[in-house]
Design a protein around this ligand. Sequence first.
Ligand code: AMP
Ligand code: MN
Ligand code: MN
Ligand code: MN
Length: 285
Amino acid sequence: MIIDLHCHSVFSDGVLTPEALIDRAYQNGVTHLALTDHDQLGGLAEARAHASDLAIELIDGVEVSVEWQAKLDADPMSIHIVLLNIDPDCPSLQHGLAGIRAGRQQRGERIAADLAKVGIDNALAGALRFAAKPELISRSHFARYLVAAGYCRTIQQVFQRYLTPGKPGYVSHRWARIDEALSWCKDAGGVAVLAHPGRYNLSASGQKRLLETFISAGGQAIEVNSGSHTPAQMATFAQIAREYRLAASCGSDFHAPGESPVDLGKLPPLPNDLFAVWHLFSNRH
Ligand code: AMP
Ligand code: MN
Ligand code: MN
Ligand code: MN
């Protein structure tokens, strides 16, 4: 079994159609794949149809953007929660995600205005060239534009110089709250996974508060192996999974060939002693 529980298609900020993504997963030997577009369920039907042709087990998923304050006086930061094995027809989930997406276009305008202050003009039009629909506009699309227009050499360099807290092109945004995302997950019969915890730059106490908040809202799993984690971070979060008795997940977070550090299905397997998240999936299909 090769299991990959986190990736993106053109329905959010990936570059492959769901069908092309499934083809690539198949070529890489993936047996179980979760499509987890940002705040969006639109690619799941196409993915399911093609996965069944190739005998890949498709797990319906979504990566929900939430905001969270590490402390009462801290700026809200954005945290990602992957919901797995959800019912994509769940009305409260659909409604909640539509609410999150509605803010993206306006945020895009604010990002572009902030980039214009440092001499980067027309960034919104540039970024929109990379997005399938304006309501999907994300920082990844801005990042691809900044590389294409020669402002940076790589996507990683963009996120070091722009679009992140304290840097040009970062604007804070109201997403959902952790407890809202977790209540949609419950309604949709899914399992909530704290995505790429190594990416949040939290102090030890901040990380503890995030884990406690997530768990008390009903979160059951954490990404241990992630395309965003170094090998050392995979070991760290394996230990956190043991300490907090969280199930462990494994997802490449693949977005684009040649751009994502880890390809579909190419992460190392989870340590044997961890409780793997897929044991929590009820058999929906
Ligand atoms: P948004 O949902 O618009 O805030 O965009 C977030 C997306 O930007 C993430 O899902 C990643 O695809 C990408 N991203 C954020 N931070 C980084 C980073 N440090 N390196 C590479 N990609 C990043
Ligand atoms: Mn993304
Ligand atoms: Mn993410
Ligand atoms: Mn992702």
